[in-house]
Design a protein around this ligand. Structure first.
Ligand code: HEM
Length: 174
């Protein structure tokens, strides 16, 4: 069996686990939590929004950790591995640019939703809409990532045995 390089594998785990937390958490907060709060026996709308705010704030440290892990593992993967596997394939690098911009939208929405500062009050006032947008854009990021992964990799450079074989056949032809 071929050897597995440990660091790329760990980075891949961190990237995929972060995606699980952000996409799963985003969809849960968008589709499940608001309905659960409506069904629960909470007396006023204020109670409901207090629970929603508490959930979002508790999600904050987890979300911020995921941003850091995405950036570290994503740039590690792109700058040290995948860009060399897709040389002369502009579509790959264009998709990386699109993905990165969409990821920034997800990060900005998550930071605003989990913030305790006054500037985020308008986002909190319409939290369900922004949670939905976060979830949809995060899903789009996963789809773009899957497309990047499905693109064919550049053929590997000729290896030493091939070069030797070419030299030998050239010599025998003389
Ligand atoms: C919302 C944030 C993000 C999500 C949900 C996300 C999700 C994913 C997923 C699901 C994969 C496929 C993993 C695999 O099969 O190994 C992936 C691959 C990748 N991601 Fe991300 N990612 C995010 C942010 C980022 C960022 C910020 C960067 C760059 C700084 C990045 C760079 C990459 C690269 C280079 C790949 C490899 C693509 C390939 O296989 O060719 N990602 N991402």
């Amino acid at each position: 069996m071929d050897e597995i390089a440990l660091l790329p594998l760990v980075m891949r785990w961190l990237h995929i686990l972060s995606a699980t937390v952000v996409v799963g958490g985003g969809v849960f907060l968008w589709l499940v939590v608001p309905r659960a709060l409506t069904r629960a026996d909470l007396s006023t709308g204020d109670d409901r929004s207090a629970v929603q705010d508490a959930l979002l704030r508790l999600w904050g440290p987890l979300f911020h950790t995921c941003i850091l892990l995405f950036l570290v593992s994503g740039f590690y993967n792109y700058l040290l591995i995948t860009r060399f596997e897709h040389t002369e394939q502009p579509i790959y690098h264009m998709l990386f640019g699109v993905k990165f911009l969409l990821a920034l939208v997800v990060f900005a929405l998550g930071v605003a939703l989990t913030s305790r500062h006054d500037w985020s009050a308008r986002v909190h006032a319409n939290a369900r809409f922004w949670m939905g947008l976060l979830a949809v854009v995060a899903i789009a990021v996963v789809l773009v990532s899957g497309t990047m992964r499905a693109l064919p990799k550049a053929p590997a450079a000729p290896t030493a045995p091939v070069a030797v074989a070419v030299e030998t056949s050239a010599a025998s032809a003389e």
